[in-house]
Design a protein. Structure first.
Length: 209
């Protein structure tokens, strides 16, 4: 079967618990690797280069864009963010399943440049639960919460671009559901063409007399 890892893009409404799900997956299964993004924003207290982000200046970031060094990139809040291609390809070639936690815009870029990527979208059980989780954080103003809810409305128009939708009503259950999706994708014929050809050739050589 395919030894190369899978690229898994995880998106979702703000407050749906994407980060928690990804941490659960990486803690419970050692073949998952979380991709580290590059950004031009300044490091925050406690952040380390290569752990939270690869920190860069704008000229270097722009040079990488020109060299096709990103799977996706975008500008948020006046800062550049992108997924370095080399890091992802290195992990995939080592057989690791790489998780990308990115927004819809970036996910669609990745799918266009990396068609075999697996796109998963995380939602809450209901709109009411989405609002409750955002308000329950207690760290954001009413205006910010309303902006996040408005973004959820906009992103809902792109849900059909994703191959799977998962409902995060329980973190442990939902993480295992995502793991099951990934394991199923690993067995898909489209991702195992070399194995199929080798098996077919071996069978013909052994039994087709």
């Amino acid at each position: 079967m395919a030894k190369k890892g899978l690229l898994i893009v995880v998106s979702g409404f703000s407050g749906a618990g994407k980060g928690t799900l990804i941490r659960k997956l990486t803690e419970q299964h050692d073949h998952y690797v979380l991709s580290v993004s590059m950004t031009t924003r300044a490091p925050r207290a406690g952040e380390q280069d290569g752990r939270e982000y690869f920190f860069s200046d704008v000229p270097r970031f722009t040079e990488m864009i020109d060299q096709n060094g990103f799977l996706e990139h975008a500008v948020y809040g006046g800062n550049h963010y992108g997924t370095p291609r080399a890091f992802v390809e290195e992990q995939l070639n080592a057989g690791k399943d790489v998780l990308l936690e990115i927004e819809v815009q970036g996910a669609l870029q990745v799918k266009g440049r990396f068609p075999e990527a697996l796109l998963i979208y995380v939602v809450t059980p209901s709109v009411e639960e989405l609002r409750r989780r955002l308000e329950g954080r207690g760290t954001e103003s009413k205006e910010v919460i309303e902006k996040r809810l408005k973004r959820a409305v906009d992103e809902s128009d792109a849900l059909e671009a994703y191959e799977y939708i998962v409902v995060n009503d329980d973190v442990t259950r939902c993480a295992e559901e995502i793991h099951g999706i990934v394991q199923g994708a690993r067995c898909a014929t489209a991702r195992n063409k070399s194995f199929i050809e080798e098996t077919r050739k071996a069978l013909h050589e052994a039994f087709d007399h």
